[in-house]
Design a protein around this ligand. Structure first.
Ligand code: UD2
Length: 315
């Protein structure tokens, strides 16, 4: 597998769910700088290692970020920091725009102005950019319909990242994550990933509320497959100034996932059904042929992923 080695890496949002799993995967063979304001991430997500340098800082501090970038001369930059809750961006559109778009644009511009010779920069975009477009599966060339400040910022920043690459010769890539799940996902808000909420309900013997009839479908992708995708996109030189879906292309309904999780955990879970969530999409799954051409093969079925996830929680 293509894996980053012997490199200096910056991971913004590195104490969060995806970021900290990425740190775990790369820490042994690389020197990693994490910038995270711990608004969603947790210091406890990070490993103890001499190869890790942690800065509790917001990426909105452009002076700090620009200093860091010019001082360290990173080989690889992962831009994962974001206000990840769609609902939060609807409540605070201007404030979250500073984080989800402007801060990332400043990072790109520091790289441009200082001609920093990085090997690649990756930005985490989202399947949210497809919005309610009913076309399935969602291809990277499918029409987009970003409907929240979150999705608008993700799409706009994705375009800045790709086109800064083309205009100024910076190797960049963007990912559109579908429904990522796995260890360390924060179940702290009602808009956290549904599998983190279900696992939390099972663990604490609490009732779980399904919005709608539970027949909505999603493309759930296990975190280890996401890490595989991130490594490939960084190391493979043909992945340049372009965007890739990161998913499995497998369709699972919420009812099926609840049933599977109950079986795997062997624990009871009481479920009740309530009205659909406003703005929810009914079905979503990705066409992943583009990233498969680079060698990506999802290894975790939903059952295998849920088993790993549950085992990590009861360890
Ligand atoms: C995902 C992303 C979101 C945005 C969106 C774009 C996550 C966590 N969220 O939202 O950021 O990119 O895709 O389409 O990846 N549900 C329940 N009960 C609960 C919580 C959720 O029934 O307590 C349902 C929810 O109504 C939805 C499904 O579970 O139908 C998945 O919810 P989600 O919030 O995990 O993910 P999604 O696809 O709505």
């Amino acid at each position: 597998m293509d894996t980053i080695k012997n490199s200096k890496i910056l991971i913004t949002g590195g104490a969060g769910f995806i970021g900290s799993n990425l740190v775990d995967a790369l820490i042994e063979d690389n020197e990693i700088v994490v910038v995270d304001d711990l608004s969603m991430g947790k210091i406890g997500n990070l490993p103890q290692s001499q190869n890790l340098h942690f800065f509790e800082h917001s990426i909105v501090d452009t002076e700090f970020m620009s200093h860091l970038l010019t001082e360290w001369n990173f080989d690889y930059v992962f831009l994962l920091a974001a206000v990840a809750s769609v609902a939060d961006t609807i409540v605070r559109p201007v404030e979250t725009h500073q984080i989800n778009q402007n801060a990332n644009l400043s990072i790109l511009d520091t790289i441009r102005v200082n001609k920093l010779p990085l090997k690649k920069l990756l930005f985490a975009s989202s399947a949210a950019v497809y919005g309610n477009n009913p076309e399935l599966p969602k291809k990277e060339i499918s029409p987009i319909d970003p409907q929240s400040p979150y999705a608008i910022d993700k799409f706009a920043t994705e375009r800045f990242v790709i086109n800064y690459g083309k205009l100024y010769g910076i190797p960049t890539v963007a990912t559109r994550f579908f429904n990522v799940y796995g260890p360390k996902q924060n179940p702290g808000s009602p808009y956290s990933g549904v599998l983190s909420l279900i696992s939390n309900s099972i663990k604490n013997g609490r009732n779980f509320k399904v919005f709608g009839d539970g027949e909505q479908t999603r493309d759930f992708v296990y975190i280890d497959d996401v890490i595989q995708a991130l490594n490939i996109l960084m190391v493979n030189e043909t992945a340049k100034n372009d965007v890739y879906n990161v998913a499995t292309s497998q369709i699972t309904s919420l009812n099926d996932v609840i049933k599977a999780f109950k079986n795997i955990s062997g624990e009871p879970l009481s479920v009740n059904y309530t009205n659909s969530r406003l703005g929810d999409i009914k079905n979503s799954y990705a066409d992943i042929s583009k990233i498969k051409k680079l060698g990506f093969t999802p290894k975790f079925s939903i059952i295998e992923g849920l088993k790993n996830y549950w085992n990590s929680m009861v360890e």
